[in-house]
Design a protein around this ligand. Structure first.
Ligand code: BTN
Length: 248
């Protein structure tokens, strides 16, 4: 079921509340505007009312937290599928969770997982934000962000984009559940803006990103002779929703 709301704090929080009341897998919350939109690493996610696609999808994959990291990459593929099919924009993916056009951010993905006893996943609330109709951004974002409107010069229908995102996510989520990330790895490599680039790992080592693993890890060649695997899993709690919430 898709819950279409006007203004919410965050679609993540609204869906979390529905999940606590027993909402089934596949429940979606979308809103016209968020007053407390959440981004990665505790950042805020800005929108102007009616100009972004803002949605959260409830997933209950029967997997452990350890195998969850590729889900972000799978979602990135689904978002770029939708942007390609509805707006003909060849958006690219910056590992792990950013959707880019050129160097600018078109969208982002925020997977928030809740652990279950025994190391399993209770649920994942997969947040997706795409800049659709903005003709300008606040000064602090102007050099970092873009929208489908700015890229194409046309207005892209947010409802059509929502349908395309949900269809692509449904298809790719089931491929991932059945066969893992491997069947989609080559497409991810082709859409990646990270592979081939110089990157700095969280512990400060510089190198070149050379590949993505079956487990979603970024493989970095730092010249030491062995590849460093960088995993995106960092647990961050959102105490207001659920003490076990984590960003994979
Ligand atoms: C990022 O920082 O790149 C991730 C942004 C994710 C934003 C989306 S908008 C819909 C959903 N609700 C939120 O509060 N955040 C996600």
């Amino acid at each position: 079921m898709v819950h279409v709301l006007d203004t919410v704090d965050s679609t993540q929080a609204a869906l979390s509340a529905l999940a606590r009341r027993g909402a089934p897998e596949g429940t979606v919350v979308t809103a016209r505007h968020q007053t407390g939109g959440r981004g990665q690493r505790g950042h805020q996610w800005w929108d102007a009312p009616g100009e972004s696609l803002l949605l959260s999808i409830l997933l209950k994959p029967p997997v452990t937290l350890a195998v969850l990291p590729p889900l972000s990459l799978v979602a990135g593929l689904a978002v770029t599928d939708a942007v390609r099919s509805t707006a003909s924009v060849p958006a690219r993916l910056r590992w792990p969770n950013d959707v880019l056009v050129g160097e600018r951010k078109l969208g982002g993905i925020l997977p928030e997982a809740t652990g279950a006893p025994g190391g399993g996943i209770g649920q994942v609330i997969l947040g997706i934000g795409i800049n659709v109709c903005q003709e300008s951004f606040p000064p602090e974002l102007a050099h970092l962000a873009t929208s489908l409107r700015l890229v194409t010069g046309r207005t892209v229908d947010r409802d059509a984009l929502l349908t395309a995102v949900l269809e692509a996510m449904d298809r790719r989520y089931h491929v991932w559940l059945d066969s893992g990330f491997d069947p989609m790895r080559d497409e991810w490599r082709q859409r990646s803006s990270t592979i081939g680039q110089r990157v700095t790992t969280a512990d400060g080592r510089a190198g070149v990103a050379v590949d993505v693993g079956e487990d979603g890890a970024l493989l970095v060649d730092d010249g030491s002779g062995a590849l460093t695997r960088v995993v995106s899993a960092t647990a961050i709690e959102h105490a207001e929703d659920n003490a076990d919430a984590a960003h994979p």
